[in-house]
Design a protein around this ligand. Structure first.
Ligand SMILES: [Zn+2]
Length: 333
């Protein structure tokens, strides 16, 4: 198997950027290249080491660190932070998961298919589902994470974020994240949605003309979907960005008017110029899953959008849902 640096780096969340060379003559057409910033190359090497590859970033890090430290910066990017804390954290990240999150529900029948210990002492445990697909890889560092005296690593049971109890910066960062995440993980009755229930025939419907708050709520769910599926891009325009006229969103609310999820349809043009609706993404907050929210709306969706296609990749959960609805055929549209 070939090592595809581009794919692997994207999977690890590394940014690639377009760049071009400055020209001396007044040039009209630019030729664009894709590249990684030096800081991100260092981060990529560090992450490769964390997932068990033997790869030493210290030479590059020693070149880059002085500049980051002398800038007197107030804010640090992910790669800058990783570079400045490299020595302290090397070989001590603890447990790290690839493909599936520790919290993510794996199929019940997934089994451990193998364990490897690398020469440097990284322990890899792989699990596979009944179809033989690898569904999760856990990588354990050779050394335990070092806890600072007076602090303790905690994982918030509500929002799932890990933070260092006793460290003011870390506590602050968690509180901020917590508030943001809880808005969609534990949704409460939504004032504007409740008002829309009184005044609109389809309060959940979000078109490019809809009110700003609806777009904000859609964007938050698109972010949640992106976060959970570990995708690269967010499939709903952020507030302030130009709205997408081909997208139709729908906010899913419960009886109390709490927004528990959302889905998005998009009209695509096929090669032969015909139009086709596609279910682009769907996200329901974990607490409210498997309660029939989608099943109750399914018939209505089929009436509104006809034989729509389903954007790939499709989760196992969604495949199962489609087969229960007798709609597996939509997968091959
Ligand atoms: Zn929390």
């Amino acid at each position: 198997m070939e090592f595809d640096a581009y794919q692997v780096s994207r999977m690890l969340g590394i940014q690639w950027e377009h760049f071009t060379y400055r020209s001396r003559v007044g040039q009209k057409d630019f030729f664009w290249h894709q590249g990684m910033r030096a800081n991100d190359v260092a981060l990529f090497l560090m992450l490769l080491e964390q997932i068990g590859f033997e790869c030493d970033a210290s030479y590059l890090i020693n070149l880059l660190r002085p500049e980051i430290l002398t800038k007197g910066k107030k804010a640090l990017t992910r790669s800058e932070l990783a570079i400045t804390t490299f020595e302290k954290k090397r070989h001590r990240h603890g447990e790290l998961y690839l493909l599936a999150d520790r919290e993510k529900n794996l199929p019940l029948e997934s089994k451990i298919m193998g364990r490897i210990t690398t020469r440097l002492g990284y322990g890899l445990t792989m699990k596979q589902n009944p179809d033989g697909q690898i569904v999760s890889i856990c990588i354990r560092s050779p050394k335990q994470p070092r806890e600072r005296p007076g602090t303790k690593m905690e994982r918030c049971p509500d929002c799932g974020v890990s933070w260092e109890k006793g460290d003011p910066d870390s506590s602050y960062a968690h509180r901020q994240q917590h508030q943001k995440l809880m808005r969609y993980l534990h949704p409460q009755p939504h004032k504007q949605y409740l008002r829309a229930m009184q005044t609109e025939q389809m309060p959940g419907l979000v078109s490019w003309r809809s009110a700003g708050w609806k777009h904000r709520e859609m964007h938050n769910r698109a972010l949640a979907f992106k976060r959970e599926m570990q995708y690269e891009s967010c499939q709903w325009a952020a507030p302030g960005q130009p709205r997408d006229r081909d997208a139709v969103g729908y906010l899913v609310a419960n009886e109390e008017g709490a927004i528990i999820g959302a889905y998005c349809f998009r009209e695509r043009t096929r090669l032969n110029q015909s139009k086709q609706w596609t279910l682009d993404w769907i996200w329901i907050c974990p607490k409210h899953r498997r309660m029939g929210h989608l099943a109750r709306r399914w018939k209505g969706l089929r009436e509104a959008f006809g034989d729509f296609a389903i954007e790939h990749p499709v989760s196992d959960e969604m495949k199962l849902f489609l087969s229960k609805q007798g709609d597996s055929a939509l997968l091959s549209l």
